[in-house]
Design a protein around this ligand. Structure first.
Ligand code: CA
Length: 226
């Protein structure tokens, strides 16, 4: 059965666009235009994931997030027009699982939804083996394999590779990579992503192995076959 997504968003245009797009992608969708209604829908028809706008009339998104979290482990993706660090910290404290800053690309939203649903299904502690082409990554041991060749990874290399493996064939922008792997505690312009991609390529591409992590010029990177 298709996953049920609850959209809590007071901006009608955005809510309707999300509803249409998500239904088109095969999800079942409920929409609430305020937090109180959202909470009651969540109670009556428990969703698999909640997309929650920060700025809502009445109960704001943060309060809704806290109340949802008090009642269940449902993944919560918050939408915010504000990209300020204290907001994000507040939201994490309130139990949000991920953020998307408006305006966002719908593909990016879909990628985050898929990642959250997958992570939630897998459970936070249950290891799994992610596979792409001849590359595999064990989320328990944090070891990678190219065919049978074992690859040891540092903590950051692992996080970066996990992000690629969980979003195969999707272009990940530098902003997204930065946000997911290094987070908001690591500010400023930096070539750190380039450096770590180079490390990963050195480890995952020995002489006869094809390139898997490709550069998308001016945008970011994508894990795909040649
Ligand atoms: Ca709003």
């Amino acid at each position: 059965m298709a996953e049920q997504i609850l959209v809590i968003e007071d901006e009608v245009n955005i809510a309707e666009a999300l509803e249409r797009g998500l239904i088109y992608e095969g999800y079942r969708v409920d929409v609430a235009y305020d937090g109180t209604r959202g909470l009651s829908i969540a109670r009556d028809n428990p969703p698999d994931l909640v997309i929650l706008d920060w700025m809502l009339p009445g109960l704001d998104g943060l309060e809704v997030c806290k109340r949802l979290r008090a009642a269940s482990e449902v993944p919560i993706l918050m939408l915010t027009a504000k990209d300020a660090v204290p907001d994000r910290v507040e939201g994490l404290d309130a139990g949000a699982d991920d953020y998307l800053v408006k305006p966002f690309a719908f593909d990016e939203l879909l990628a985050r939804i898929r990642a959250l649903l997958r992570r939630h299904k897998a459970g936070p502690d249950r290891p799994e083996v992610l596979r792409f082409s001849d590359l595999s990554l064990d989320t328990g041991t944090h070891r990678a394999f190219r065919n049978d060749r074992a690859i040891d990874l540092t903590a950051k290399e692992y996080e970066l590779l996990e992000l690629f493996m969980r979003n195969p064939r999707q272009v990940l922008t530098r902003d997204v990579i930065f946000d997911r792997v290094w987070g908001y505690d690591f500010g400023g312009e930096s070539n750190i992503i380039e450096v770590y991609v180079r490390y990963l390529r050195q480890k995952t591409e020995t002489e006869n192995e094809s390139r898997l992590i490709h550069t998308v010029r001016g945008v970011g990177y994508v894990l795909r076959e040649d």
